[in-house]
Design a protein around this ligand. Structure first.
Ligand code: GLA
Length: 713
């Protein structure tokens, strides 16, 4: 890349709703990130401050501004967007030509390094409605000899100079999306995932809070990789004080060797700049992810109420019991009955049978048809659990094809949950799975699959002994796509021991993500708040479980469990036949509430907030019409309840506020006439008051919740 910028350089301006991006396109050289932040006037004049930037002492004579694909060979001292070599040579890439095609809201960039023999294609598109940039990068080996790739940044993004924090999400099975925050310093910030699937412990994205940015104010940059496999993200301070943020796929040694002419497509990166804090970033992502999803018949139907059998019966399937569970489910308003693990040949525990996808004859003497028909006759859809990518060593499939498991010769097989992973990169394996699932879907009235993946990948070697992580993800996507083409009306839920496959990549192929196996309402609330930072509520599987919760042993009120579950794609996962009549009535009330509210809960924006003294809140809808969920998980520490400020409201408007659901323990009604009015017909409030002083909250018991409707008058 030539150092001094050419005076004829031009600037590509991408304007969104609240943000603008300016990328300089110097002739023949990689485009340069010049500006990405709050919206500029339409005809913001190109500026040339960087032309004039003085050469610092002891630096290269050629300036090194941050490009969309910085490379080592151009003199970039920070992490290169590409780490690659050809038998140890061609390690220092620098582009010898660049072609830019400008389209409405998008740039297509073609870079070539004729010396190292590589081509890079990058598309950067700004969706004006969501303010989300989608960056898509591919690398082609244009040389004659194979090219080994160690790292290909799916995007290299600029972050401003100055104080900033990075919020990221870790976790484990039963406790996904635990928010952590680091201050960005001179040290390299890095997160890796080498578990082969998205993972419970490293969500492939983060939120950069600039300066004092908070939930509803300030500038926030947020990125996520649309990918269900290994990943890495790094943030590194660069010489001008800004930072470069790279996201991409973590590649195992030797994993990607491109033959002459071959291309490696990096996963898409979705990235946004919000001028309204982290909630603004979440809202932008929700819009962008919605645009990327594909639904049967072209549009999402109202999300049906689920009953999932897992925590109700586990492996103990008895046809008469399941039928009576279905009867009760239909009676209380369930719309989809999902038969979870335990239905197939010999599957009495988790040590056996994955791969043998035929109904267990002892449990289902006439197959699944009688249960499916029973469910459908009661007006519900019938869904089925599968874990197609897995095989149990104790299965007919493994006995017939031990070579189908991912493995490395002479290394011991490492089981996880007593199971192995099938090598989907083998065409015969993918064909076999397609055949088995196609047969199930063709022979039974199954309109929904819960597609599980209950272990991390280890020793993911293919037949030739090379790492196959990347190709395994591509093959899983392809298998699901093939099944959806053959059965376009079927919806699919992605699950990996709960939320181990929560990402925007799998959502291009599926319609729901099971966010966690943990149904403890307090933990679930925190899991869901993390999930909602990146992905929209309508795809977030969210069930009411039993009390005490099976995962923690802690009991929560039905009110809290239901109010937490109602903010996602709502369902039940308990033996509803054992409920006492009061709980049953209350549950019916929540189901009716969810059905009446799901358009608002799923179709609008989401705001997450904290009122203080351990009261969390969540609002869904639009500033004109909101459903506001207030949760008190712990007992109050203060004598008086906090107020709840609603930042999205218009100060000059009047709002009608009413409690529409929850808050069963109504001891607080003695708290005054205002609360009596809120629980009755509702009361008017000025927007300014609700925004600045806040909605007065009555005293709430630990483990209670209330839902308010807030409507502009
Ligand atoms: C995983 C899922 C659960 C359930 C079990 C069945 O743990 O997350 O919801 O389907 O598998 O074995």
């Amino acid at each position: 890349m030539s150092g001094k910028l050419n005076r004829e350089s031009r600037y590509a301006l991408l304007h969104g709703r609240d943000v603008s991006v300016i990328i300089e396109t110097p002739p023949g050289a990689p485009p340069i990130w010049r500006y990405w932040g709050p919206r500029l006037p339409d005809a913001a004049p190109p500026f040339d401050s960087h032309d004039a930037r003085p050469t610092p002492p002891f630096s290269l004579d050629a300036d090194q501004p941050l490009t969309v694909f910085p490379t080592f060979g151009a003199g970039w001292f920070h992490q290169s967007a590409l780490l690659a070599h050809r038998e140890g040579r061609d390690f220092a890439q620098a582009f010898t030509s660049a072609q830019i095609e400008r389209r409405e809201g998008a740039l297509k960039i073609a870079l070539e390094d004729r010396v190292a023999g590589i081509g890079v294609a990058i598309s950067i598109a700004l969706n004006a409605a969501s303010d989300v940039l989608t960056v898509s990068t591919s690398l082609t080996n244009c040389g004659a000899a194979p090219l080994d790739i160690l790292w290909l940044a799916a995007a290299t993004l600029p972050l401003p100079a100055g104080p900033a924090r990075i919020r990221y999400f870790t976790g484990r099975h039963n406790r996904e999306f635990e928010a952590c925050e680091d201050t960005l310093t001179h040290a390299l910030w890095r997160r890796d995932n080498r578990r082969g699937i998205t993972s419970h412990d490293a969500f492939p994205g983060a939120v950069a809070l600039i300066g004092a940015a908070a939930a509803d104010e300030g500038i926030v940059y947020s990125a996520q990789l649309a990918w269900s496999g290994n990943h890495t993200q790094t943030i590194e301070r660069i010489d001008d004080g800004r930072r470069q943020w790279q996201l991409g796929e973590w590649l195992a040694p030797g994993e990607v060797r491109l033959a002459a002419g071959e291309t490696l497509q990096a996963p898409d990166v979705l990235v946004t700049c919000s001028v309204q804090g982290s909630n603004g970033a979440a809202q932008n992502f929700h819009r962008a992810v919605r645009r990327r999803m594909t639904w049967p018949d072209g549009a999402m139907r109202p999300r049906p109420v689920h009953l999932n059998t897992w925590e109700a019966v586990y492996f103990n399937h008895r046809l008469d019991e399941l039928k009576s569970l279905a009867d009760e489910a239909a009676r209380i308003g369930v719309e989809r009955f999902v038969l979870d693990d335990g239905w197939f040949k010999g599957r009495d525990n988790d040590r056996t049978s994955l791969g043998d996808w035929t109904p267990d004859r002892a449990k289902y003497p006439a197959g699944l048809r009688p249960l499916a028909d029973h469910v459908i006759a009661r007006g519900m859809e019938f869904g089925l659990w599968l874990e197609p990518e897995m095989v149990s060593p104790d299965s007919d499939l493994y006995r017939a094809h031990p070579e189908w498991a991912l493995q490395i010769q002479e290394r011991p097989l490492l089981t996880g949950r007593h199971q192995l992973v099938l090598d989907l990169t083998r065409a015969e394996v993918a064909d076999h799975l397609f055949g088995v699932i196609d047969k199930l879907l063709s022979s039974l009235p199954v309109s929904y699959l819960k597609w599980d993946h209950n272990r991390d990948l280890t020793l993911a070697g293919d037949r030739s002994g090379r790492a196959a992580y990347h190709r395994q993800v591509v093959a899983a996507y392809a298998l699901i796509a093939r099944l959806r083409t053959a059965h376009p009306r079927v919806e699919i839920e992605a699950c990996a021991g709960g939320g181990g496959r929560s990402d925007a990549g799998i959502l291009q192929h599926t319609h729901r993500i099971w966010a966690s196996d943990c149904l403890d309402a307090a933990i679930r609330l925190s899991v869901q708040r993390g999930f909602l930072q990146f992905l929209p509520p309508e795809v977030m599987g969210s069930h009411i479980g039993a009390a005490p919760a099976h995962s923690t042993g802690r009991a929560h009120s039905l009110e809290l469990r239901a109010a937490v579950a109602a903010t996602g794609h709502f369902g039940l996962e308990l033996d509803i036949r054992s409920l006492e009549s009061n709980d049953r009535r209350e549950l019916e009330g929540w189901i009716a509430f969810y059905k009446a509210s799901r358009d608002l809960i799923h179709g609008g924006d989401v705001w997450l907030g904290e009122a203080g003294d351990s009261v969390f809140w969540q609002a869904h809808g639009s500033p004109e019409s909101l459903l506001l969920f207030a949760y008190r998980v712990e007992a109050a520490a203060d004598s008086f309840p906090p107020t709840l400020c609603l930042p999205m409201l218009e100060e000059t408007m009047t709002y009608h506020v009413q409690i529409v659901q929850g808050w069963n323990r109504r001891g607080w009604i003695t708290g005054g006439a205002l609360f009596q009015a809120l629980a009755g017909e509702g009361a008017p409030f000025s927007g300014a008051w609700l925004k600045r002083s806040g909605l007065p909250l009555p005293p709430m018991m630990a483990g209670s919740a209330a839902v308010f409707s807030v409507k502009a008058q």
